[in-house]
Design a protein. Sequence first.
Length: 248
Amino acid sequence: MTELKNKRSRIEIWICDDSRPMANLLYGFIEKALKELHCNYWIETFYQGMDLIRFFQDEMQKPDIIFLAARMKKTSGFRIAQDLQTQNCSALLIFVSLYKEMILPSLPFHPFGFIIKARMHLEVKPFLEKALIALQLQEKSTLIYFYKGVECKIPYADIIYIQSSQKSLHIIQTGNREALLWNTLRNVYEMLPQQVFLKISASCIVNIQHVSGIVEKDILCSDGSRLPVSRSAYHTVLSFFNVGKENA
């Protein structure tokens, strides 16, 4: 069981869906899960995407997690996600939709997860458990290693992917930066939070928050890199992004 109490004073969750019955149903599932996880929480509900944007701009208290409908009548969830990104929103974003076909188009917005509405009763709590762990890890979110006797630190958020090459690892980071690490991919993978980092082959680990798409059997990253997914990892990758699940 994931317990956030004593780790953060309060978890702030926002819901945005222009279907009031669906938003209220989601609210119920989230509240039930948070009570079972012994969390101190606050939930805000929005029925229009632009109401959420205005609230984000005006409110001092920012959300930790946003559950956002991918498809809404006036303003799509993808447009809202884009606006939030331009305003440096650091909340974990979980899209919700009736249609699993919306999963792949959501990836350029780097969601933490995607929930099919028909499966909310099954998926809300597991996604919240992973999100709460990820939020806790943000407080100690640095890969620490030693290179030539010097302690080096790289924030998890800066790591796009890690690729092994012979006996070394190349840590590809934002801002066109790269670090070299003499270690095995297996050892480093065990050091990383596996709610955020995904092993897509025997030679590569990717930060899911820098995944911008899946094309054929390749992962597209925010820096433009295209990384092949191994045959053995392919179904795990699809399942991680909820692509392989049915609507019901």
